[in-house]
Design a protein around this ligand. Sequence first.
Ligand code: NAD
Length: 481
Amino acid sequence: MNVQNFIGGEFVDAVDHATLENLAPATGQLIGTIPRSKQPDVYRAVAAARVAQHEWADLTLDDRADWLEAIADALESRSEELARRESLDTGKPFSLAQRVDAKRSVENFRFFADFSREQEDLVFEMEDATNIVHRRPIGIVGLITPWNLPLYLLSWKVAPALLMGNVIVAKPSELTPLTAHLLAEVCQEIGLPDGVLNIVNGYGPEVGQQILEHEGIKAISFTGGTATGRHVAATAAPMFKKLSLELGGKNATIILDDAEMNQAVQGAIRAGLTNSGQVCLCGSRILVHESIADEFTQHLVAQVSAMKCGDPNHPETQVGALINMAHVEKVESYINLAIQEGGTILTGGTREMTGPPGPTPEGAFLRPTLISGLSHLSRTAREEIFGPVVTIHRFSSDEEAIEMANATDYGLAGSIWTRDTERGHSIAQKIDTGIIWINTWLHRDLRTPFGGVKHSGVGREGGSWSLGFFSEPLNVCIKHD
Ligand code: NAD
């Protein structure tokens, strides 16, 4: 399946016709080509966005919410295909792509459409004047997204950006272009005005960089790695572009001594290994109270060892492929580092598949891996691995758990498992992070703020935070007679 750019309502090749290969992670086989876009393609997309900008901004919020609903309906009618494409492109189990990626991509559009209907202009009364705060569109916004949850994360930005009256130049990851293309197909099908959504494909340092540098693009919403985020900020901040940075994580799963054992084990597996650990929110460090650590670890190892890893299309598969062989090698280098740092591999660490047959040996598979015996200050325990690797550490008091949880440069998310939710709540407030779940993980109310502190990012998205980011407030102060 060959992907094209979507510019001004048309599917087009890169101006110079250059292409890249798109490979399936589970088999190493060629899916098709994508445009290798560069500066002229971004210029073309910005020009198309400029043409569409004013008419789109002049629509009412309700009219734009209707467009979001139309996109949601059209995407939903193709959700099986959406999940198939996502699974093919990422190597994740089809069942996971259906349950998470396809469902949430549709929900993102529906949520922002519904949420907008509850919005009112803010009014601040003074004795002798009234202030009315309007939210105006920013103009052309640049959206840059990663490969782990391709349309889920892109739609999380596209929906509020369109809703607030902006027009878009988006760049999906070069590793997973298929569902952004499906979104473009859907927008063309329903007759979204030409140029409102433009998608350019290709490498980050080529086409992504041009989005960052283009004077006509006034805001950048970026989700990706911390090193790239630093570069995005260094490029866009001196141009005074509005910036939202959703970056990496090294999240702690904290198991207190009063946790319900089975719930904590299930929770730690879900938090640690969903999407082969390739979710920024994954709990890649388990901190467990020493009094229950042996029993907890025994259950955890037994269950993780039995996980079925292999063919993403088989309904029994729990662990799919990683994004590509280069990433497998990067994750393996961390497993080797863990051994050098004195860690013990309790299960996994190898490339075998244990599930039903299907993928070829060229598939990017790695067994879910648990490692114990490392200091919480080791590099393995502090750096983001972004794979199916979870380290286990023991603590003896709530204070020690908090200190260990905070001992990384990251601060995105985490979870606490306890029968005493008041105690959990009190610990949560001492952890330097953006989100903490108690007795659950990735339980999302889309009205709540999403984002991190420290090296996990700057700003928040979600609910009114997204509407705030994708708009400029205009305060009109009217003096009374
Ligand atoms: P990445 O930083 O390599 O790439 C992200 C996007 O940036 C891609 O589209 C890439 O092409 C583009 N890019 C790369 N260089 C660029 C440049 N110079 N200019 C402009 N764009 C450029 O990240 P990735 O490997 O695709 O994704 C994995 C990372 O994303 C992990 O660190 C993960 O934690 C993070 N992530 C964070 C969140 C969050 O919400 N905080 C969500 C998902 C993933």
